[in-house]
Design a protein around this ligand. Structure first.
Ligand code: NAD
Length: 486
């Protein structure tokens, strides 16, 4: 089917777009390098106006038939899609690891199976949307979830397959057709996803993939006048640009953005569990939007808790993400490495002190040591800006009001984590922290039925469960006067 094939981790992958059920090549290509060892993985088609236009046209053409299938008609096709992902877990996991440096074990056991679940869960959920009505004294309100049309889905490199299927699942289940713009720093698993969708019998034009650089392919897609939804996951700065494009055509936009999430440890917490969870924030080299990067510790337990975290962090082995023992893999690119190192250098210049780490790790070119800064001014850059690397800050608090103020003291509001054995105290603090998700005595638990998103600069809107269908549907109320029909 494809002209341009890369072989990565033994898997053959098309490096071209997937438009209207066919592979389409662009004369312009961009290089995809592995952060694991710097090896050259692929030369990928770099799309622009022409490819974006062709993909939106194909999606528009395919929309009426896909929408007309209804949730029952789409269900078996989407189940085959999910099964196709499950059948290729090992291949997808191996490719994702080489492409973005994420841990192989996590990809095999959690991330890729979750991608299959993203498709299946929303296909099942769509069945619930039919027959919803609200009884009023004079009328019956028949609530319909009509497919919105063509949805453009733009996703980042830190978990491309998982974050893309999180949008693909509900968008397709709701009856939309889609154009996916994968991240240029890790584009390969989204290309495999297109093959799997094709093999599952998803009709031509229903799912399209346009590869390319954000400022070209992404920009052309989000500015296209004939789209009905934009769902974006990525940085706050890019969201501002996409928001401007969406505003011109009043295209509904959902955005899941960066964070600088607080991790609160109260004196009465299970300190061993909390310390292990703090160390876990270094996983995938901290390139996790939800990571609790600001460790806020109740003053009375500081020395004992610091010793536990130091010990737990010392077991966060830096190395090749394919090795079973590795917990901290590479940063994604040299550009991103330099960005992370820049934050660290400026933090030191601002007077912050590295309790551990603070330098390039003694491994490959893109590996950075797990780092913890103390003596951090809450107003300083290192306490305010998202680093997206294995860099945490350590601050203390004396009472609830102080920790709530610290927790809320950034422009972000994506997530938060809190450890305490007191339910009353935990719920009081949790209720006052501004965040889309607040974990109490746990971390990173995400039920697909629960709302997900961010407050403030961390996003617009919520996806997950019913919230996804609110976004990917045109919701209509057909309000019928009772007794008015013959
Ligand atoms: P990014 O904003 O640079 O890129 C994200 C996507 O947007 C890529 O596909 C890119 O090509 C595209 N893009 C870039 N410029 C564009 C433009 N002008 N128009 C249209 N598309 C454009 O983000 P990134 O560096 O890939 O990802 C890291 C960021 O993503 C971090 O801030 C992280 O916190 C955030 N993130 C958030 C979540 C979440 O669920 N909230 C999840 C993962 C990552």
């Amino acid at each position: 089917m494809a002209d341009n094939i890369a072989k990565v981790a033994g898997v053959e992958i098309s490096t071209d777009h997937y438009i209207d059920g066919r592979r389409v090549a662009s004369p312009d290509r961009f290089s995809d390098l592995s952060p694991v060892d710097g090896s050259h993985l692929a030369e990928v088609s770099a799309g622009g106006q022409a490819e974006a236009g062709a993909a939106v046209t194909a999606a528009r053409k395919a929309f009426p038939a896909w929408a007309a299938l209804g949730p029952e008609g789409r269900l078996p096709i989407l189940k085959r899609f999910a099964d196709g992902i499950r059948a290729r877990v090992d291949e997808l996991a191996a490719v994702e690891t080489l492409d973005n440096g994420s841990l192989l074990g996590g990809n095999v056991h959690r991330v890729v199976p979750r991608a299959a679940q993203n498709i299946e869960f929303f296909a099942d959920w769509a069945l619930k949307l039919e027959g919803h009505s609200i009884d009023s004294p004079e009328v019956v309100n028949h609530v319909r979830y009509d497919p919105a049309g063509v949805a453009v889905l733009v996703t980042p490199w830190n978990a491309p397959l998982m974050l893309t299927t999180w949008k693909v699942g509900p968008a397709l289940a709701a009856g939309n057709t889609i154009v996916v713009k994968p991240p240029e720093w890790a584009p390969l698993t989204c290309s495999l996803m297109a093959d799997i969708a094709h093999a599952a019998g998803i009709p031509a034009g229903v799912l399209n993939v346009v590869q390319g650089i954000g400022e070209a392919a992404g920009d052309a897609l989000v500015k296209h006048p004939d789209i009905d939804r934009v769902s974006f996951t990525g940085s706050t700065d890019t969201a501002r640009l996409i928001g401007q494009a969406a505003a011109r055509s009043i295209t509904p936009m959902s955005s899941e953005l960066g964070g600088k999430s607080p991790f609160i440890v109260c004196a009465d917490a299970d300190l061993d569990a909390a310390a292990q969870t703090v160390a876990g924030q270094y996983m995938n080299a901290g390139q996790v939007c939800l990571a609790g990067t600001r460790i806020l510790v109740e003053k009375s337990i500081e020395p004992v808790f610091l010793a536990k975290v130091r010990d737990a962090a010392s077991h966060m082995v830096v190395g090749d993400p394919r090795d079973r023992d590795t917990r901290v893999g590479p940063l994604i690119t040299q550009e991103h490495f330099d960005r992370v190192a820049g934050f660290v250098d400026r933090a030191k210049a601002d007077g912050a002190e590295a309790l551990w780490g603070g330098s390039r790790a003694n491994f490959g070119a893109l590996y950075f040591e797990p780092t913890m800064f103390t003596n951090v001014d809450p107003a300083s850059e290192i306490a305010q800006r998202e680093v997206f690397g294995p860099v945490l800050t350590w601050q203390t608090f004396e009472d609830d009001d102080e920790v709530i103020a610290l927790a809320n003291g950034t422009d972000y509001g994506l997530a938060g984590t809190l450890f305490s054995r007191s339910e009353a105290r935990a719920m009081r603090i949790a209720g006052k922290v501004t965040a889309g998700t607040l974990w109490v005595n746990c971390f990173f638990v995400r039920d697909l039925a629960a709302p997900f998103g961010g407050a403030r600069n961390s996003g617009i809107g919520r996806e997950g469960g019913a919230w996804s269908f609110d976004f990917y549907s045109d919701i209509k109320n057909i309000s019928v006067r009772k007794g008015s029909f013959a």
